[in-house]
Design a protein around this ligand. Structure first.
Ligand code: NHR
Ligand code: GAR
Length: 210
């Protein structure tokens, strides 16, 4: 059994998708905890309703990013994680924190990396005139949104898209690729060669959505 700790900052719909798929597909894993940097995160109630331990580490209670990250790492380590999953977690993490969980921390980013790292990805994709948008699951490295890519989902950008309509189209595919990628990790189905993540059985790591 692998222990998964999920970090959220808000709604937590990706966390929900992972919790539900872990149960329905009977992964060799348990969601050991859901942790938020915001007490108001909606996802905490969902996790509690499923009997998953929850915790809040409020970044505003710390003077520095290092101090926040040290406490966050201490709380996470209390659940003995094999994998840490960032699911809409909105705080940039320090190098020391990332090194501590290196090779066992995943993020989902709402763009087709390496395009549009950082925030406001959907608005930026629309303004750039992109015809394709999407989401990327990647290992977390100290360099923001630049870690090895585990899976990507692509969707069209339509002529009348707004940030709201495009983000909804992408999110639907996030709920497919993120549980899939986490499952690959807990099954030990991934290999890492330099910057390239490969599925051992050659399963496709690309999803084309609509
Ligand atoms: N930390 C490291 N070191 N590397 C990554 O790849 C990370 C990371 C922390 C979070 C998620 C990421 C995303 O998928 C992520 C990847 C927050 C910000 C940000 O600017 C940027 C990227 C991501 C998450 N956060 C502001 C900050 O000052 C706060 C914004 C807010 O609170 O709304 O930390 O997009
Ligand atoms: C998702 O679209 C995720 O890709 C994105 O925020 C949303 C969270 O939704 N992540 C980031 O922007 C990270 N900076 P959720 O809370 O419902 O999973």
């Amino acid at each position: 059994m692998k222990n998964i700790v999920i970090l959220i900052s808000g709604r937590g719909s990706n966390m929900e998708a992972i919790v539900d798929t872990c149960a329905s597909e009977q992964w060799p894993a348990r969601i050991a905890a859901v942790i938020s940097n915001k007490a108001s995160a909606g996802g905490l109630q969902f996790a509690a309703s499923r009997g998953i331990p929850t915790a809040v580490v409020d970044h505003k209670a710390f003077d520095t990013r290092e101090a926040f990250d040290a406490e966050l790492a201490r709380v996470i380590d209390g659940y003995q994680p094999d994998l840490v999953v960032l699911a809409g977690f909105m705080r940039i993490l320090t190098e020391g924190f990332v090194r501590h969980f290196e090779g066992r921390m995943l993020n989902i980013h709402p763009s087709l990396l390496p395009a549009f790292p950082g925030l406001h990805t959907h608005q930026r994709a629309i303004e750039a005139g992109c015809k394709l948008a999407g989401a990327t699951v990647h290992f977390v490295t100290p360099d923001l949104d630049h870690g090895p890519i585990v899976a990507q989902a692509a969707v069209p950008v339509l002529a009348n898209d707004t940030e709201t309509s495009l983000s909804a189209r992408v999110l639907k595919q996030e709920h497919v690729i993120y549980p899939r990628a986490v499952r690959w990790f807990v099954e030990d189905a991934l290999t890492l060669d330099q910057n390239r993540v490969m599925h051992k059985q050659g399963t496709t790591q690309l999803l084309i959505g609509d």
